[in-house]
Design a protein around this ligand. Structure first.
Ligand code: PMV
Length: 307
């Protein structure tokens, strides 16, 4: 089973509070592969499975497989962990997909739903953004209200997320990895504390939500200039929420002269940035020269698939 990584174009953090988000599945450099087979004891990559080291696997097995017997799980991943590129979501999604197939049937929506439940159980607070991009592939638009190209809906009151497919004209995105890890749980918690203390932080979350709606329109129209402007505005709001880092700022500044817009992607605090550009080679070179590792982002058309 393979599942792709993802990059969030708009709405990270705010989506945890039920605002919208837009994410793309990333192919090529960024995927995980998981194999499961029946065995005599349950192991992950040769080691006995335990909840402390294998939280996502243990939760996935309990939810999808139950007590149908021990399993051998083996994994490979080319997605750097804690980098904002959805490594835990892709592992979760490919594990759930492999388990569902072993039970007899693989359906992307079921994998996306289970994947969200697993992440939610393990992380405490999570939105379905990463797991649905990895499960369905292409681009995902999450909104409070159902609309065109609705895939499925899930609630964790007060939040409700309607997961949609989103079609838009091809655009060039370049991802820049800082080489530093960001801790999603800590960053989500930092934002939560901020929103409890300050009305400004709550206003930033809502502003990000409004901007996601504009971005959806601009993507659908193919208005790359507007999409870029909105990415940069989204970044400024994330910076105000306290989730950027000096490394991210350096890569974003380096990409800016060659980009229509740029922002951090994922939880922040390190990890990755993403730029929209009409000069992908120059943009990638500038990111590399500033100490990052640049990748040309290719949108993955498939999502979770059996190999
Ligand atoms: O874990 P990451 O870096 O892929 O980012 C997750 C995105 C958040 O909005 C911060 C959390 C979530 O569950 O949506």
């Amino acid at each position: 089973m393979r599942a792709p990584g993802k990059a969030i174009l708009f709405g990270e953090h705010a989506v945890v509070y039920g605002e919208g988000a837009i994410a793309i599945a990333l192919s090529m450099h960024f995927e995980t592969r998981v194999r499961v087979s029946r065995s005599d004891t349950t192991r992950v990559d040769g080691r006995p499975m335990d909840r402390k080291h294998h939280g996502y696997f243990a939760e996935a097995v309990e939810r999808v497989w139950g007590d149908r017997g021990p399993l051998e799980i083996s994994t490979t991943s080319s997605i750097p962990s804690s980098s904002g590129l959805g490594s835990s979501a892709a592992l979760t999604v490919s594990t759930v997909g492999a388990l569902r197939l072993l039970r007899g049937r693989l359906a992307q929506e079921e994998v996306a739903r289970d994947g969200f439940e697993v992440e939610y159980a393990v992380q405490g607070r999570a939105s379905p953004t990463d797991t649905s991009a990895s499960s369905h592939g292409r681009a995902i638009y999450i909104a409070r209200e159902p609309g065109e190209q609705l895939l499925w809906t899930i609630e964790r009151p007060p939040a409700r997320w309607c997961v949609h497919n989103l079609e838009f004209a091809p655009m060039n995105f370049v991802v820049g990895y800082t080489g530093k890890k960001g801790n999603t749980g800590e960053l989500v918690e930092r934002v939560r504390r901020g929103t409890e203390k300050s009305p400004e932080a709550r206003a930033y979350i809502m502003e990000i939500g409004a901007l996601v709606e504009d971005a959806r329109g601009a993507l659908r129209k193919g208005d790359a200039v507007r999409v870029g402007e909105l990415m940069t505005r989204n970044h400024k709001l994330l910076e105000k929420l306290g989730v950027s880092s000096p490394d991210l700022e350096r890569l974003i500044a380096a990409a800016a002269p060659h980009a229509l817009g740029a922002k951090l992607t994922g939880a922040g605090g390190g990890g990755c940035m993403i730029a929209l550009t009409t000069e992908p080679d120059a943009c990638a070179r500038a990111i590399d020269a500033a100490g990052g590792k640049a990748y040309r982002a290719q949108i993955d058309p498939d999502g979770v698939v059996a190999l």
